[in-house]
Structures are given as structure tokens and as C-alpha cells.
Design a protein around this ligand. Structure first.
Ligand code: AP5
Ligand code: ZN
Length: 218
């Protein structure tokens, strides 16, 4: 299974990625998680990326495309992969197409903007695993602790209301165009074209998970 999860910031890409990667036994390639790991490690890339991410803007296409191409060389990508938060621009999508990276499904998770700020303000993350919680909608078993490791959960620096609004604007200006891009490719029926599936991301996490599994089975 090789797929792309598309959706606005806070649509639930990371949440659903955790279910999908387990079901299909594939790695989750989250460019956001990779950048946050670089920030934590204090690398040059991390230092440069932090400013851009805290401003709610996109990191340059060259950097992101390079990161993903390197990641795809890893042995665990041989059976498939799940892209989360990537591609985010036409240039990134074209770079994958041009280098022959295969995609079976593009899954769009649709959530209206009005619900996003509340989702972000209550989000708590476990960076090491990519697991995501919400204080109200998807609480951890023990407050402030990851269910599996018991390690502390963190709040992301870019989850302030002001930055979330900027990220939503960037999504509408630069990323939403990819919905049409992949839809058109899917409809072309050309060899190698992916299947395009759209589900609602509104409702309980498990309900969205079941919709995602059903969409990927057909
Ligand atoms: P990234 O980390 O990709 O963030 P994002 O796309 O903005 O998406 P989020 O991670 O915020 O949301 P999500 O859809 O994963 O939702 P989640 O499951 O966590 O990118 C961060 C930054 O890095 C970018 O702004 C950019 O600067 C840079 N970057 C990354 N990739 C890049 C690229 N390719 N090119 C350039 N720059 C790049 O859920 C959110 C919350 O909602 C959680 O609390 C969750 O528990 C809750 N929730 C989930 N599902 C439900 C539900 N059904 N009902 C109620 N609550 C729910
Ligand atoms: Zn995410």
C-alpha cells in the first residue's frame, strides 16, 4: 500500500496515519515529524526550519523533496509507505511524479475550518512515536502521558491560534490545489494513476478510521 493523506492542518492526518500504518504495516513519512525531529536534534536544517514553521509558512520545496527522496531509500519503504503532510505544493507533487514514486491511493480527509482551531488548541503529541491525542476528543489514558510509553506529551509550538490561522491560509493558498491535481490524475485512468478517495474527518476518531479503511479497501 502506497498512499498520500491530504487534508488541512488538524484534519486528522497524523491520527489516521497511526491506524493505517499498523493495518498495512508500512512506514509513516510525515515531513512535519521529520522537521520537528531535526529541530529537537539542533541540526542546521532544524534551526532554519523552526523559524518558518513557527511563522506557519512552508519550508522550501528543495529541502523537503531532498528529505523525502532520502527517506524513500530506506529498506522499510520497500513494501509501501504513507505520506502525511507531503506533498504540499505542486512542485513537491511533480517531483514525486517525475521520479516515478508510485502512489496507489490519495485519501482526502475533509474537515471545515471552523473545527480546526479547537482541535489544535487541545492537541497533545508524543513526538517519538507520532501518536496524537486531544484533551477532549481523544484523551490519553493518563493525563499528559503517552498511552504506550508513559512518557510526557507536549504541545506543539505552532499550535497557537494565530499560527493555526496562518497555516490554514497557507493550506488554502498552496496545498488545496493538490486536491484537483490528484483528482484529475485519478480520473485520467492513465497507467500508474492513483485512486482518489474523499472521506469526512468529522465525527469520532474511530468512525473516521472505519471510513478510511473502507475507502482504501475499494
Ligand atoms: P505538519 O506537521 O504536517 O502539520 P499540518 O499539516 O499542519 O497538520 P497537523 O499535524 O497540524 O494536523 P493533522 O492533520 O496531522 O491532525 P492530527 O491528527 O494531529 O506541518 C507542520 C509545519 O511543518 C508546516 O506548517 C510547515 O512549516 C512544515 N512542513 C511540514 N511538511 C511540509 C512540506 N511537505 N512542505 C513544506 N513545509 C512542510 O489531529 C489534530 C488534533 O485533532 C489532535 O489533537 C487530534 O487528537 C484531534 N483529532 C483528530 N481526529 C479527530 C476527530 N475525528 N475528532 C476530533 N478531534 C480529532
Ligand atoms: Zn500531523
Amino acid at each position: 500500500m502506497r498512499l498520500i493523506l491530504l487534508g488541512a492542518p488538524g484534519a486528522g492526518k497524523g491520527t489516521q496515519a497511526n491506524f493505517i500504518k499498523e493495518k498495512y504495516n508500512i512506514p509513516q513519512i510525515s515531513t512535519g515529524d521529520m522537521l520537528r525531529a531535526a529541530i529537537k536534534a539542533g541540526t542546521e536544517l532544524g534551526l532554519a526550519a523552526k523559524k518558518v514553521m513557527d511563522a506557519g509558512q512552508l519550508v522550501s520545496d528543495d529541502i523537503i523533496i531532498g528529505l523525502v527522496k532520502e527517506r524513500l531509500k530506506d529498506a522499510d519503504c520497500a513494501n509501501g509507505y504513507l505520506f502525511d503532510g507531503f506533498p504540499r505544493t505542486i512542485a513537491q507533487a511533480d517531483a514525486m511524479k517525475d521520479s516515478g514514486v508510485k502512489i496507489d491511493y490519495v485519501l482526502e480527509i475533509d474537515v471545515p475550518d471552523e473545527l480546526i482551531v479547537e482541535r489544535m488548541s487541545g492537541r497533545r503529541s508524543h513526538p517519538a512515536s507520532g501518536r496524537v491525542y486531544h484533551v477532549k476528543f481523544n484523551p490519553p489514558k493518563v493525563e499528559g502521558k503517552d498511552d504506550v510509553t508513559g512518557e510526557p506529551l507536549i504541545q506543539r509550538d505552532d499550535d497557537t491560534e494565530e499560527t493555526v490561522k496562518k497555516r490554514l491560509a497557507v493550506y488554502h493558498n498552496q496545498t488545496e490545489v493538490l486536491l484537483g491535481y490528484y483528482n484529475k490524475w485519478a480520473e485520467s485512468g492513465l497507467p500508474g494513476a492513483p485512486k482518489y478517495r474523499k472521506i469526512s474527518g468529522v465525527g469520532p476518531v474511530e468512525q473516521v478510521r472505519d471510513a478510511a479503511f473502507a475507502a482504501l479497501a475499494g
